[in-house]
Write a protein that binds this ligand. Sequence first.
Ligand code: AVI
Length: 303
Amino acid sequence: MRTEVLEGLQQQQKELPAKLFYDEKGSELFEQITYLDEYYLTRTERAILQENIEEISEQVGPKPMLIELGSGSSSKTRLLFEKLSSIAAYVPVDISEEYLLKVVNSLRMEYPKISIIPVFADYTSEFDLPDLGDSYEKQLVFFPGSTIGNFRPAEAKSFLSALASVTDEDSAMLIGVDLKKDKGILERAYNDKQGITAAFNKNMLARINRELGADFDIDAFKHHAFYDEEQGRIEMHLVSQKEQSVTIGDKQFHFEDGESIHTENSYKYSLADFENLVDDWYAVEEVWTDEQEYFSIQYLKRK
Ligand code: AVI
């Protein structure tokens, strides 16, 4: 973490890795974001899943090994548990061991018949999946939430390539992808009135202060999120409100008044863009969207 933070702050455009958002406080704030009126993503994805679960279940077929990436609270998984026919095993993959164990324990109580095999790993690099012999028909990777949008396209491609190398040749993926839309709707989703997204963004500085002994003056930075139409992405930044210096260990970083730290990208895709992105590894078999075409759930098959 230290190396990544120091390296990021030495760039011409200062940046910090978005994965640093998710300490305990950050995960709680993200959970709050998912309930915001402005943040249409989570509720739209859930509604698409609910409305099309029969068709999705048909596509998947019987006895899947359900592999969820960055499973978090597994809230959408419950829907799959209830509607998919005879899950052979549920394999949640998450980097946060403590959190994952908590979720697994409560899922085991709720669904005692489903075999749950957690994998503690960073799914953005290669990881090992359990060998379940021939107890399952097909691996289904579940990657909801449009988390793929937080990767730059080149990073998304290396992630897909690594994923293809650890999964079976006949595996499939059920993935949530946020779609391109009106700039106003997008910008409101990342600039909510209650300031929860701002708190989520600034929490990263509090984390760096705590874990790396830095001295960021958190009130001297302001949340800024905007949609860059050309790149097709929301960018989140923290903007210095004055000229100031920040110390981390023996390193000092100078900020001009108005200079920013780039903390996150959230790419929005058209259906055609996304098909192109995955094309080397996956074929898009089916796409479900909401009426307004804000969000999509896509069923991809390994090529
Ligand atoms: C997790 N990820 C898909 C969220 C997004 O919309 O890009 C993270 C987020 N950042 C600000 N609000 C939500």
